[in-house]
Design a protein around this ligand. Structure first.
Ligand code: FBP
Length: 551
């Protein structure tokens, strides 16, 4: 049966003009980055001083066949399959005898030598399709010496010229460390990273956006627009929508710009203004009371999943809980206490006075979520806490206290925009961006460099004018304290409160609060005028504009 997903297999992503004839181009070394962190450089002596790579004309026509491995690391993001088809098509254009190996279920596939050869018939099933199911993904990190050694054995056995690691900031940091290890051990395999994550927090002066952000935010904005229209039509519900995206609020901000909800939390602003949970709930209540005075008992509120990490009293509580539940002498007793009430009491007794107070103000279900759902290291799983329900409860109880002022009727619906945005059919933007990224990754390996990230730039221009480069990952790395230890990392980009996307939001948000100025963007479009099918995100558009008024 013909359906949209099948139709999409025939879509031909446009390539930037510079990538159209791979036979006549190559990537060549250019200028060096102005700065590499000296502590990072010490950790990667063999790969520390790498220049940027730029497209130039090729001097000879002969290219050897390449054998490349590819792995999908971390959470799903639309477009991952197109990175793989991009690598495949590029290496076949470079030399038709080239081969592509897919490592299964994430980096553990490299460590445990689990892989499959990717053939053209198989690859074709996944062209322009969502998800990561072509080879599966996983969150294992290649970190220990044993894991490095096993990875080296796998790539040597397969005689790989290169390996492409498609992942977020942590996976790309690991790519740089793996590149260093292979260089040190004289292993010929080159390592190249590709920037992936719906969270949009892997971006900097060299990487304009991570893939998956565009599709995820368009998918969520469609849902939020529909919900807003439902709220407006019935006039009886407040929708509290938690937005996926980890610590950074890029996803929430983009969706707010696309849909104009009545109230949006931006977690970075909460931190900057040292807002408390109560003060945020207070602001929501003030809005709800004023809207009720105008006869409005409906609304839409966006809450980034990272919010509570940025509220100072919560940050302290989470950090105390992490210690208490994993390493403290009480950890075992708490874990073995089956009765939920008793467990809550036990935890409360061991917290500092301030944290105990904060914990006690929480609704019962949230108290439980904070001590029951923990990650493999014993830490609180912040992303699993139902912040949307937390705010509903807080607002409910504050409205009761303010009953002399509040004459409306409060009825709320919780919602979570998360997994449904990660594996859907990639937008034209992500399809084309990823296909180009795959080509750049292949070209970098063909040039014999290692420890690089593929970069496609000028993304708000028509695709034909996009430019490409190879960025030494070391130029993006810095040292950060993680779990008490200094570690090399690629800095996570948080929402810049002086940046144009946030400023654009600030300009309008007061008006969105009381006048229902909702926008209903509708679903991602694959057919029709390019002005609709190839739209980029408002965030990207603003960041590239000269002024807020132009975006
Ligand atoms: P990555 O950082 O690996 O791209 O994952 C992003 C993300 O979707 C976050 O937005 C979310 O908090 C998390 O993954 C959910 O993880 P899981 O898939 O393990 O539930």
């Amino acid at each position: 049966m013909e359906n949209l997903a099948n139709q999409r297999k025939n879509y031909k992503p446009t390539l930037p003009n510079t990538l159209k004839d791979l036979q006549s181009i190559t990537l060549e070394k250019g200028e060096h980055p102005s700065h590499v962190d000296s502590n990072v450089a010490e950790l990667i002596p063999n790969t520390k001083s790498q220049p940027f790579m730029h497209i130039t004309e090729k001097k000879s026509d002969v290219s050897n066949a390449l054998k490349i491995g590819v792995v999908l690391s971390g959470g799903q993001a639309a477009g991952g399959h197109n990175v793989i088809t991009g690598i495949y098509d590029a290496i076949k254009k470079i030399n038709p005898n080239s081969e592509l190996i897919g490592f299964l279920n994430g980096p553990s596939g490299i460590i445990n030598s689990e892989y499959k050869e990717l053939t053209s018939d198989f690859i074709d099933l996944y062209r322009n399709q969502g998800g990561f199911d072509m080879i599966g993904a996983g969150r294992t990190k290649i970190e220990t010496l044993e894991q490095f050694e096993n990875s080296a054995k796998t790539v040597t056995k397969l005689n790989l010229d290169g390996i492409v690691i498609i992942g977020g900031d942590d996976s790309n940091t690991n790519a740089a460390l793996l590149a260093e290890y292979f260089e040190k051990e004289n292993i010929k395999t080159k390592v190249v990273g590709v920037p992936k994550t719906i969270d949009g927090d892997l971006k900097n002066e060299h990487i304009e956006v991570s893939f998956g952000f565009d599709t995820a935010t368009k998918t969520y904005s469609d849902i939020i627009g529909n919900i807003a229209r439902d709220a407006l039509s019935a006039g009886k519900y407040y929708f509290f929508i938690k937005m996926m995206g980890r610590s950074a609020s890029h996803v929430t901000l983009e969706c707010a710009l696309q849909t104009h909800p009545n109230y949006t939390i931006i977690a970075e602003e909460v931190a900057a203004n040292k807002k408390t949970l109560q003060s945020i709930a207070d602001e929501m209540c003030d809005m709800i009371i004023k809207r009720a005075e105008k006869g409005k008992n409906h609304g839409v509120i966006l809450i980034p999943e990272g919010t509570i990490e940025f509220i100072p009293e919560f940050k302290a509580l989470i950090s105390e809980l992490n210690d208490l539940l994993s390493t403290s002498k009480h950890a075992e007793k708490i874990a073995n206490t089956e009765n939920r009430e008793e467990r809550i009491n036990l935890v409360t007794q061991q917290l500092s006075k301030e944290s105990a107070q904060c914990y006690q103000t929480l609704p019962y279900e949230i108290k439980l979520q904070m001590i029951m759902d923990r990650d493999p290291h014993g830490n609180v799983q912040v992303s699993k806490i139902e912040t949307e329900r937390l705010f509903i409860e807080l607002v409910k109880s504050q409205l009761k206290e303010k009953s002399s002022k509040y004459k409306g009727k409060f009825s709320a619906q919780p919602l979570f925009c998360g997994y449904e945005g990660r594996s859907c059919l990639p937008s034209n933007f992500d399809s084309q961006y990823c296909y180009s990224l795959g080509h750049v990754a292949a070209l970098l390996i063909n040039s014999g460099v290692t420890g690089y990230m593929a970069s496609v730039q000028n993304l708000t221009l028509p695709v034909k004018d996009w430019t490409v480069a190879g960025i030494p990952i070391s130029a993006m790395m810095t040292m950060e304290k993680r779990k008490g230890k200094l570690k090399p990392v690629i800095e996570k980009a948080l929402v810049d409160l002086n940046g144009k996307p946030f400023q654009k939001f600030v300009e309008s948000r007061e008006s969105w609060k009381f006048n229902d100025e909702y926008i209903y963007p509708g679903p991602i479009q694959f057919f029709g005028p390019e002005s609709i099918t190839d739209l980029t995100s408002i965030t990207l558009d603003c960041e590239k504009s000269h002024s807020v008024s132009k975006c």
